[in-house]
Design a protein around this ligand. Structure first.
Ligand code: F6P
Length: 359
């Protein structure tokens, strides 16, 4: 009998269950005698040995179900080597659970921090296969992460809804999109939702440019404007400050709950236009996975199972040119995939007149 452990780690997304279903269904077909052990709430389950032996039926009927049937939690990588409140060494505890259960392999569905921990466990001698999860699409080594397209759908839908009310009232609307430190989600949802201005962390904005873009729309007779802003967007002047300087500046200035409100206040002050801010927030991670994600999750899951069958460990399954490939964890874990300001999608968006607030 072969026993495989599986866990979902970090912020959830719509397609986690679809991915686990893909892994499990393929594993049950590849191995005659196999047991899948599910760890509860991510690495926490591995650390504290909270697990359950999964019944094959648990992986049925979950293709369209959002969230994760195993639960998840954030266990920051930087704290992994620091003992917990009771002095427990977390890395040793994870190794102990793995060995105690006589696992053949651990399957990790996770984003950036979780991939780093997966790589750490690989370095510690465990057999690991990981899958690229995150609505942020910021994992190095894969063209796309599962969860991203579903989040693009939600954020686009939010911008679509805002369009009609913005047009009725002739207002400037700012929609703040998730994405952590990168702008993929904002870029795609902004283009799909027909935003007039898109602000991403990789392209620091100049408020004067934003104001000029808004004024130019007014001169053209456009009564409303939509700005899609990434939660991590930053102004040109702030982008050159150190973390410490930025903290100090915030301490001495007005504290806005988010960058969208900060930009909004400045637009009102400088243009007199009526501004509203909408933050779809965690809605972007909720609900059911879109068809694209269901397909990519199924494919990634099946290929992860194949790696296990072939005893090829230490890889993250990934997407490259619409093919599923294996990326060595040692090479990809912890590296951020950011939006290149010179990439073609940004250039094409600019060609149709979308402003990125830079020039
Ligand atoms: O990484 C996914 C993500 O949704 C980011 O886009 C966002 O910055 C963060 O997680 C929010 O984290 P939490 O759910 O812990 O508030």
């Amino acid at each position: 009998m072969i026993r495989i452990g599986i866990l979902t780690s970090g912020g959830d997304c719509q397609s986690l269950n679809a991915t686990m279903r893909g892994v499990a269904k393929a594993l049950y077909r590849l191995f005659e005698d196999i047991e899948i052990v599910g760890f509860e709430d991510g690495y926490k389950g591995l650390i504290y040995a909270n697990y359950r032996v999964m019944k094959p039926e648990e992986f049925s009927g979950i293709l369209t179900k959002g969230g994760t049937i195993l639960g998840t939690s954030r266990q920051p990588f930087k704290l992994m080597r620091i003992p917990d409140g009771n002095g427990l060494d977390k890395v040793e505890a994870m190794k102990h659970t793995y060995k105690n259960l006589k696992l053949e392999c651990l399957v990790v569905l996770g984003g950036n921090g979780s991939q780093k921990t997966a790589n750490l466990l690989r370095e510690e001698g465990l057999n690991v296969v990981s899958l690229p999860k995150t609505i942020d699409n910021d994992l190095w080594g894969t063209d796309i992460t599962f969860g991203f397209q579903s989040a693009v759908n939600v954020a686009t839908n939010a911008i679509d809804c805002i369009h009609t009310t913005a047009a009725s009232h002739g207002r400037v609307f700012i929609v703040e999109v998730m994405g952590h430190k990168v702008g993929w989600l904002t870029l795609y949802a902004g283009i799909a939702g027909g935003a007039d201005i898109i602000l991403v962390p990789e392209i620091p904005y100049d408020l004067n440019v934003i104001i000029e873009a808004l004024k130019s729309r007014t001169r053209e007779g456009k009564k409303f404007s939509i700005i899609a802003v990434a939660e991590g967007a930053i102004s040109k002047e702030n982008s050159v400050l150190t973390k410490k300087e930025l903290k100090e500046k915030k301490k001495n200035g007005v504290i806005y709950p988010s960058v969208a409100y900060e930009i909004g206040a400045q637009i009102t002050e400088r243009t007199g236009q009526e501004v509203r801010v909408t933050v779809p927030g965690h809605m972007q991670r909720g609900g059911e996975p879109c068809p694209y994600d269901r397909v990519i999750s199924t494919r990634l899951g099946a290929e992860a199972a194949k790696l296990i069958k072939n005893r090829e460990y230490g890889y993250m399954v990934a997407v490259s040119n619409n093919e599923i490939v294996k990326a060595p964890l040692a090479e990809v874990a912890g590296k951020l995939k950011t939006v290149d300001p010179e990439c073609s999608i940004v250039k094409e968006a600019k060609m149709i007149g979308i402003s990125f607030g830079d020039k």
